[in-house]
Design a protein around this ligand. Structure first.
Ligand code: MG
Length: 256
């Protein structure tokens, strides 16, 4: 299933796509509740006032240096345990929205990543439970980064959390398996990053379990799982596209 969030009658509503277009979930529905099977009203294209980011998370947990080639390209050692940091949810934007380059940085870069959307409250997952059972689905994420500020600051907060620095694809794909997907980032059609999610140093179940041992993950929370090598600078007028097999495509223009 492909789940999205739209603005209809000035209200955010979760919906899903089928062959005939979009259908609404009941107003009460949020990630973490059972997917409703009936009363799915269809939505005419003209009734969609906007597509919103499909997640409205309490937090965005990001994993740094989770692909060896990317750690090496930034002259960082390989991590021996996941390097976690948070990105402000106010950085979220949708497919097609502009990434705005802040005046405080001269080096803003793309980081295409597989995003995990959490489907169940999750704290210290018991050893006999499968972390995949806590996944609602996957999205494409661009962990946009002010690289100069990241290098200058001890904490990543500022470099990662400017408004518009977290584009997310339109749909949460609930049917795909995330463990071995091809990921590609192009800028103006030119390939910059290519990788496969199987090359993560810490894989999806390890990350979910590890993060849940440090903080409670809530339904709708987003985990950005790290980026392969090939990060590069974004300039005004560029269009940056993240494509992940079976998950979707995420394109955003870049503005001053
Ligand atoms: Mg990243």
């Amino acid at each position: 299933m492909k789940i999205c969030r739209i603005l209809k009658d000035s209200e955010p509503r979760y919906s899903y796509a089928d062959d005939d277009g979009l259908r609404l979930f009941p107003k009460y529905w949020l990630p973490g509740l059972e997917l409703p099977l009936t009363n799915r009203e269809s939505v005419a294209a003209g009734e969609v006032e906007a597509f919103l980011p499909p997640v409205n998370p309490s937090k965005i947990v990001c994993v740094g240096r989770n692909y060896a080639a990317h750690a090496l390209e930034l002259n960082n050692p390989l991590p021996t345990e996941p390097l976690l940091f948070l990105k402000a949810p106010t950085a979220l934007i949708s497919e097609g929205d502009a990434i705005k380059l802040p005046s405080q940085s001269r080096q803003v870069e793309h980081e295409g990543e597989l995003g995990i959307v959490i489907g169940r409250r999750c704290k210290a997952i018991p050893v006999d439970e499968d972390p995949f059972d806590y996944v609602l689905g996957y999205v494409c994420v661009n962990d946009v980064t002010a690289r100069d500020l990241q290098k200058r600051d001890v904490q990543f907060t500022r470099a990662k959390s400017f408004d518009t620095f977290c584009p997310v694809s339109r749909f949460i794909e609930t049917d795909a398996a995330g463990s071995d997907l091809a990921l590609k980032v192009t800028v103006n059609g030119e390939t910059r990053q290519e990788g496969r999610t199987r090359d993560m140093i810490f894989d999806i179940p390890f990350l979910i379990r590890y993060i849940s041992n440090h903080m409670t993950l809530l339904p709708g929370d987003l985990i950005a799982t790290g980026t392969p090598s090939g990060v590069s600078r974004l300039n005004p007028g560029d269009v940056c596209t993240v494509e992940i097999d079976s998950i979707g495509t995420l394109s955003n223009p870049v503005r001053d």
